[in-house]
Design a protein around this ligand. Sequence first.
Ligand SMILES: Cc1cc2nc3c(=O)[nH]c(=O)nc-3n(C[C@H](O)[C@H](O)[C@H](O)COP(=O)(O)OP(=O)(O)OC[C@H]3O[C@@H](n4cnc5c(N)ncnc54)[C@H](O)[C@@H]3O)c2cc1C
Ligand code: SF4
Length: 529
Amino acid sequence: MSTALVIGSGPAAAGASLALSRADDVKITVLDIGLGLEDELSGQLERLASARPDEWDPSLVTALSQPPVHLTEGGLPQKRLYGSDYPFRNIGQLDGITAKDANSSLVSAAYGGFSTVWGSQLMPFSPTAFSEWPISAASFRPHYEAILREIPFAAEEDDLAADFPLMVESKPLPPLSQRTERVLEAYSRHRSRLNRRGVRVGKARLAFHPDECVRCGLCMTGCPYGLIYSAAQTFDALDRANRITRLSGFLATELSEDANRATVWAKDLSTGETQRFDADRIFVACGAVGTTRLVANSLGLFNITIPMLESQQFVVPLASLRATEDPRLDKDFTLNQFNMTVTANSDPVDMSQLHFYTFNAAFSDALPRRLRGRTESQVLRRLTVALGYLPSWRSPRLSLRVRSPQGGAHLPPLHVSHGPAPSGRGQMLRTVLRKLVGSGPLLDLYPLLPGVRLAAPGKSYHWGGSFPHKHAPNLLASDRLGRVGGWRRTHLVDASVFPSIPAMTFTLTIMANAHRVASESLHLPLHEL
Ligand SMILES: Cc1cc2nc3c(=O)[nH]c(=O)nc-3n(C[C@H](O)[C@H](O)[C@H](O)COP(=O)(O)OP(=O)(O)OC[C@H]3O[C@@H](n4cnc5c(N)ncnc54)[C@H](O)[C@@H]3O)c2cc1C
Ligand code: SF4
């Protein structure tokens, strides 16, 4: 029997743990911070979950579906889950992290990590995205499939499958909103003209259970029935199957290894004491920023700036000439409804992916005051909002300045800032917007250009690449098994090891890569490490 210790309980940790759980002779321990929903809200949630929507107490619905909260750094407001901020709350993991003109809520303490609050969009990278990686698209395929078989997957074969294959059997989405149906119909009528312009449209692909969805519309504030996947669900299942031991309430602060074992030092958050845990192999999945800080502390990477890649997010409001019914009266799910890919030139990786939302309760809150009240219905009947992404090579880089640990702190101070936008960013954004404008009359979906906003650096949550996989690993580059700085038994498995971040849905590839690293690591006999 060998031992493996996984740090974190987000999607990367889930991907690694699923791979390790296939081997009967590996004893798996999962160590995480493990913050959960407050007891009072959990009790209220149980009451909603055990009733039909027509039986729900409206005061409970209000308590558990709080709107997102505007923060100073700009970009989309911060989501709430079942009325709580726990996925973003600092219980020590953010101490010492500061930011200038950038998001600083970069490490989650939640059981499930940021997947507790994500939009559940689930697509692979296109095979061409791996052309610059030292790992081929073909070697990713079985790991994508393994993950997709383990999590709920609502998706349909459509035009996007040419670049983004479905790979496994999926379930159809619930009925889509009126606006989405109209856009998809218009797209099928004008497909060849749009494709010639580099525009493709398809239905959303989501990690949720579509057949149990009652279309209550609360998706963006937390599904009362738990139908939207979170990595916590994978750990609950592995726990029930006695395949893992979970140790919660620990903040990992340092890693080390010798010829016979790997070690993690962790602060017990209830006592403040430091504890030591040994294992044959360690898989580090603290999220790219959390992992970078932990590795820097462990390898003595102080007073240096570690660059991090980000796929920058932008927001585009769009209007349609032909109104639908008032979406507040419709019974729809409110996750992403349809997707668009826009290629900027002849390079298929130089693509922007956009996710379209046709309504959720936050739309009303975001309207300027003059558009609320009597005109609100007219606006909502025509409004769609898209979240788009630019690839990392067209986005500003984040700079993570790590200083020496001070005053007994367990982790070093980390200051996040960002570099200038690369020269091609403006041009790519303009090209994407021009193509959206050109598609407007064909899809009855016109971008409202004065409303376009670039999100603050760090806000996309599509960041990583501080220790990219390289053929020749070194202190700031990992081998294909996520090992840096001469480590043999310690593997980084989150997006910290991504060599690039294309503007494509992100987290499925994190999970597949973590699954790949953990699977391949088991092929190396311990005595050869
Ligand atoms: C609002 C929002 C919407 C999103 N929507 C989507 C989407 O629709 N599709 C998509 O692909 N991606 C989406 N993302 C991004 C997605 O959530 C992340 O890519 C994903 O969660 C990253 O997984 P991870 O496991 O690497 O890190 P995380 O999810 O951050 O998990 C890290 C884990 O490590 C633990 N941890 C951290 N530090 C330590 C430590 N020192 N010791 C012990 N444990 C530690 C954390 O508590 C957590 O359990 C979204 C993100 C947000 C915030
Ligand atoms: S509409 Fe959203 S919140 Fe309601 S049941 Fe379906 S997935 Fe859950």
